[in-house]
Design a protein around this ligand. Structure first.
Ligand code: ACK
Length: 723
């Protein structure tokens, strides 16, 4: 009888397997697997190694991949792009894909939540084959954390913690999202009433809505636009029995959102008037001549009276002329309440009276010159409740104080700009006199920045500065001179929008702790004020530009006090001699150059606010120019960029540390071997850190002071002086 050779029937040894009984040979267990019994049909995977259902028994066991590496992000408004490299360890598999998890974090660290629906991931959020992804529709000025994980076919089997790479980003300013729901409320023969909902992501305060409309199929020939403050508009001047197409978009200080989907509405039938050709020609001629007269009046006003039209951004201007229909912007002038015989009349003329019962005061947030500043809520019938700041007039005031207090409201009431604090109204008919303004969650800019030293990207800082310059452009266009422009008088809201505030007539004399009496008797905030305004009291928009330069410095130095602890007298003398504040640490050269331009001695040489806005816009658009940090390239402006202290009187390192009020670090310098100012002047930020000085504020102060000493020496000994 024929028998099977013995080896055919031999059971597989340990470490070998045979997937089915038969005549095939036993195979060695693939990598990361083992058979620990004889005659195994499969080799079991080692601990933490797995096989997925489609892996044949002959393949090696594999494990989940490690985290992706080199994760980098780039932010563009509210869109971010993430790029990463594949994990170092793919777990032995080729089917690696990536998942991205997005979490939105409140400004107060620690509170994060999933990003939710509206966010758009391109190409997709999960199971990405490529190592990059774009995430759009994020909220403006928001912190986000992105977690990128690599997964493979066996990731789901592992109970171990997933491996992620994470990146934190902060989004920038962005236009509002699209208006999605528009409805027709009413139609008439010549008008249509539309209502719509605020966009899901306003990304700031909505300044206005723009309604674009045209006769159906005639968009190419002409369309018109209309502005509305609310989510409702009555479009008039329409033809009866005609089908119109409407679209709405929202505008914030960051720009216009996308137009909504179109809505078609047909006006009702009517008794249309018929004109003969002569009548039409006559009406046109009358309209054109009226327009010419109006234009002439406006141009005259602008040229001769120093006033100008209200805020109109370039985008708006484009829209006005685009379709060949010129719509004149409303011409606005600032009226000084002092020119009123009875300043209370100015309050009545300009400011809205609010009934005290409409205001709920919830807490005190500070104190102003005239009394406490409170946080509260305002509910006007037909509108939703809004948070407000309430300035109160303390009891026991006299009539002059009351007038001065209310004068701020009559000034503020005349302004309407996204970067100027908005007045809700005044309460004058109740026992407590109050000024009610919009509430700015982050308070004054100087304190805000000090509490967030180093927190913001340069683009965020420049965006804040752009907002302030835009508000100042608006004010200067109206012929209003602020006289006390400083970071302490700028308020910041939760979207980081900065608004110019503090318009009281007497504030410069009384309110400002930084104001000092000059020889001419006035009280002036010396560190922020242009030399000609200090000496001759010639305040102008050009002197506001000087102050703006100081605000730029304050912002880039995160709320540092301009000219540090120098006395007012030393500041005046140093500025007079041509010394200027050096660039704060990490300040791009382009920004320091703009500051220096604002600090030109000749006020006619200083840029106007309109130029400052457009320079900042260009820098925001072309961020390359913001990369050159002036810490490396400090002395490009030898005549102006000079240090501030008289270091000649500081003979030793100890003297110098005392002079900048950091005497507590004398031992650190001694132990580090820095025994002379010459050695100190060669130090960089790492040397300072190596001395064990951990407070960032102190590191910065020391570095800035060293830079000033260097600048001082270069200015004294000439640019060939090498340190
Ligand atoms: O730095 P702050 O918190 O911001 O402290 C001062 C304080 O009141 C005294 O002026 C705050 N403040 C003033 N106006 C407003 C406002 N409209 N919204 C929020 N805070 C305000 C300011």
């Amino acid at each position: 009888m024929w028998t099977w050779p013995l080896f055919y029937f031999a059971a597989c040894d340990l470490g070998y397997y045979k997937s089915s009984p038969g005549d095939q040979l036993c195979s060695k267990c693939p990598p990361f697997s083992l058979s620990d019994t004889l005659a195994s049909q499969i080799c079991e995977c080692d601990t933490n190694y797995y096989r997925c259902s489609t892996d044949p028994p002959s393949t090696a066991c594999t494990r989940p991949p490690s985290a992706p590496i080199n994760l980098i992000s780039s932010v563009n408004g509210t869109t971010i792009t993430l790029d990463w490299s594949p994990p170092r360890d793919t777990g032995g598999r080729r089917d690696v894909t990536y998942n991205v998890i997005c979490r939105r974090c409140a400004w107060d660290a620690g509170q994060c939540e999933p990003c939710g629906g509206g966010v758009r991931y391109t190409p997709q959020q999960m199971s990405l084959a490529k190592t990059s992804l774009t995430v759009a529709n994020l909220q403006a000025h928001m912190n986000y954390t992105f977690w990128v994980e690599a997964v493979n076919g066996v990731s789901d089997f592992s109970l171990e913690q997933r491996m992620f790479s994470t990146v934190n980003i902060t989004t920038n300013q962005a236009a509002p999202s699209q208006v999605v729901v528009i409805r027709k409320e009413k139609t008439a023969e010549n008008s249509v009433t539309l209502i719509w909902q605020e966009p899901d992501q306003p990304n700031g305060i909505i300044l206005e809505y723009e309604i674009k409309y045209f006769e159906k199929d005639k968009e190419m020939q002409s369309y018109s636009t209309l502005k509305a403050k609310d989510t409702r508009a009555v479009v008039t001047g329409l033809q009866p029995s005609t089908r119109y197409v409407f679209q709405v978009r929202a505008r914030t200080s960051a720009g216009c959102g996308r137009f909504s989907q179109t809505v078609e509405v047909e006006t009702s039938k009517g008794m249309a008037l018929r004109y003969d050709t002569m009548t039409i020609v006559w009406i046109c001629l009358t309209l054109i001549s009226g327009l010419i007269v109006l234009l002439t009046v406006i141009i005259c006003k602008k040229r001769h009276c120093g006033y100008s039209k209200a805020f109109q951004d370039s985008d708006e201007e484009k829209m006005h002329y685009q379709n060949g229909q010129i719509t004149l912007a409303e011409s606005k002038v600032y009226v000084d309440p002092h020119t009123y015989e009875d300043p209370c009349q100015a309050v009545r003329d300009f400011a809205r009276e609010i009934e005290a019962s409409r205001i709920k005061i919830e807490k005190i947030i500070g104190s102003g010159e005239f009394g406490e500043v409170c946080y509260g809520r305002l509910k006007i019938p037909g509108k939703r409740e809004v948070p407000v700041a309430i300035k109160t007039l303390k009891v026991g005031y006299n009539e002059k104080q009351r007038r001065d207090f209310l004068s701020e409201a009559s000034i503020m009431a005349q302004f309407d700009h996204p970067n100027v604090i908005h007045l809700e109204g005044v309460v004058t008919r109740s026992k407590l006199t109050m000024i009610v303004t919009e509430y700015m969650e982050n308070g004054s800019l100087d304190t805000f920045l000090r509490s967030r030293d180093g927190h913001f990207t340069i683009i965020q800082l420049v965006s804040m500065l752009r907002g302030i310059a835009s508000g100042m452009k608006y004010l200067s266009d109206l012929g209003y001179v602020h006289r006390d422009l400083a970071a302490r008088n700028i308020l910041v809201n939760s979207n980081l929008v900065c608004k110019v505030s503090d318009f009281g007539l007497s504030r410069i004399l009384e309110d400002d702790p930084d104001a000092a009496y000059t020889t001419t008797g006035g009280k002036i905030p010396i560190r922020w004020t242009a030399p000609e305004a200090i000496t001759y009291r010639t305040f102008s928009s050009a002197s506001d530009v000087w102050s703006y330069g100081v605000v730029m410095w304050e912002v880039l130095a995160y709320g540092e006090r301009p000219y540090w602890n120098m006395t007012n007298r030393d500041v005046i003398n140093s500025v007079e001699e041509g010394y200027r504040l050096p660039a704060p640490m990490g300040c791009p050269t382009a920004l320091h150059q703009l500051m220096l331009d604002c600090w030109q001695r000749d006020r006619n040489e200083r840029p106007r606010f309109s130029l400052i806005v457009s320079i900042l816009d260009k820098l925001i658009r072309n961020q390359e120019h913001l990369k050159l940090s002036s810490t490396l390239n400090r002395f490009t402006h030898p005549r102006l960029d000079r240090g501030l202290f008289d270091f000649a009187s500081c003979a030793t390192v100890d003297d110098w540390l005392d002079s900048i009020k950091l005497g507590q670090y004398k031992d650190n310098f001694l132990m580090g071997g820095y025994r002379s100012l010459g050695m100190v002047m060669r130090m960089n930020i790492n040397d300072i850190r190596r001395l064990g000085i951990s407070l960032i504020g102190h590191q910065k102060k020391i570095l800035t002071s060293i830079q000033i000493m260097r600048a001082h020496l270069i200015n004294t000994l000439g640019p060939r002086m090498h340190l």
